[in-house]
Design a protein around this ligand. Sequence first.
Ligand code: SAH
Ligand code: SF4
Ligand code: F3S
Length: 460
Amino acid sequence: MEKRAERTDPVTEVRRWVIPGESRAYVLTFGCQQNEADSERLLGLALSMGYGRADTPEEAELILVNTCAIREHAELKALSIIGGFKHVKEKNPRVIIGVCGCMAAEPHRVEDLKRRYPYVTFTLEPAKIGSLPAIVAAAIRTKKRSFLLPDAPTVVPKIDEGLPVERLSRHKAWVSIMYGCNNYCTYCIVPYVRGRERSRASGEVICEIEGLAASGVREITLLGQNVNSYRSDCDFAGLVKRIGEIPGDFRLRFMTSHPKDVSDDLIACFPDTPHLAPHFHLPLQSGSDRILAKMNRHYDAPRYLSIVDRLRARDPEITLTSDVIVGFPGETEEDFQATLDLLDRVRFDQVYSFIYSPRRGTPAAEYPDQIPPDVSRDRMRRLLDLQCGISAEKNRPLVGKTLRVLCDGPSPDGTPGIVTGRTEGGKLVHFAAPEDTAGRFVSVKIDRADAFALRGTLTE
Ligand code: SAH
Ligand code: SF4
Ligand code: F3S
C-alpha cells in the first residue's frame, strides 16, 4: 500500500529525477499582479519538487513562462521569448518547458504551441496551477508532451489552498482574495482564460494576512479581477474592516475595482480604517455612455462621477487612478471627446491607457466598426498629452511636503545611491538613501515633481 502511495505522489516522483544542487527552475512573468502572485506559487511548487532557483533560463532545467493574453502585444512578446528557448532545449534535453498563464487557456494558442513549438513540453492554465507537480511528473515518466484545453465555461474551478509560495519581496506581498471574472466586458479575454469567479474563504485570507503582518511585511495588496464582488461570509468592505483589526505596521491596498460594484460601505472605509492606504484604482474604460454600454460595463458617466465625488468627500486627498481604452470599435470623435472631458473633470492622479486590441473569442473582436490604427494612435497621443498635464498638476502641490514613504530599494535605472519608494497614495518617489532602507517606512521631503514621479530628500 505504502509503496503504491509513494509512486503516485508526483512531488516525490519529480524529486527522484531532480539532481540536488544542480537542477534549477526559472519562472518568467508577463501581465498583471495576479500573474505575479501566480508565479510565486509556480516557483514555490518548483522548489517543493527539489529544484533550486535559476537566475537565467540557460541554467534552468525547468522553465515556466507565465503568459498574459490581455492584448496582442503581450502575446507576441511571450511567443518570441518562448521561441528563443529552442536553443536551451537543444543544449540540454533534460529541460522541461511549460507555458502557463492566460495564453495557456486559449484553445488556438495551445494548438499553436503544440504544433509550432515542439520544444514546449506542456501548457498549464491559471486555474490549474496546483497540478504543476502532476504534469511535470507525467512529462518525466512518459516523455510525452501535454496540451490540455481549459474546462467548459460552466465549470467553477476549485480553489487550491495551501500551495507553497516563494514570495519575491520580503516587505510587500500579494494576497489573492478571489479568482476569475464573471463580467464579460465585451473587449476582455480574462473571463475566458481565468474561468468563473470564485472567492477564497475569509478565514483563509485573514489567516494569511495575520501571518504576513507578524513576519514584518509592510504592504499587502489584495488581488482580484473585481474585488468589489468578493463574497464569502462577509463582503469586500467587511473583509477590509476585518483586516483593519489585524495588528502590525503595514498598509493595505487592493486591485482591481469595478465601478458597478463599489458599495457605500467600501467608500465609508476611507479614510479611517486602520492600514487602508488612501488610493483607489477605478477603471473607467470610456467616458461615453454609448461606448460603456457597448463594452457591457453596467455603469454610465454620472454613476462613475458619483463614486469619485463620494470618495473625495470622505478623503479629499485620496489618490485616484484609472484605466482607459482608446479606439474601442465604433468609438466616434464625439465618444472620444467625452472620455477627454471626463478625465478633465475627474483629474485622476494617473491613468493607464491602452489602444483597443481585438481578442479572439470576445464579442467586440467581431464588431464591424473597428477603428483604424492611425486614428487610435492619434487619440492615444491626445489623451496622453491631456493626462500628462493633469498628473503634473496633481503632483505639484506635494513639493515642500514631507511624506511617509515605503522604500522599495535601489532605483531600477541603477543610479548609484538613489532608491525608490511609494507614498501612502502610491506615488513613485526617488530619493538618496542607503540601500538597506529597503522595506522601511521613512519620511521624505518632496523637492521636485513631474507627471510620473516625485523627487525628494530623506529627512530621518
Ligand atoms: N479586472 C480589471 C482589469 C483587467 S485588465 C478591471 O476590470 O478593471 C487591465 C486593463 O486592461 C483593463 O482595465 C483595460 O483597460 C485593459 N484591457 C482589457 N482588455 C483590453 C483589450 N482587449 N484591449 C486593450 N486594453 C484592454
Ligand atoms: Fe475583464 Fe471586465 Fe472582468 Fe475586468 S471586469 S477582468 S475588464 S471582463
Ligand atoms: Fe494578462 Fe491574464 Fe492578467 S490576461 S492582465 S495575466 S489576468
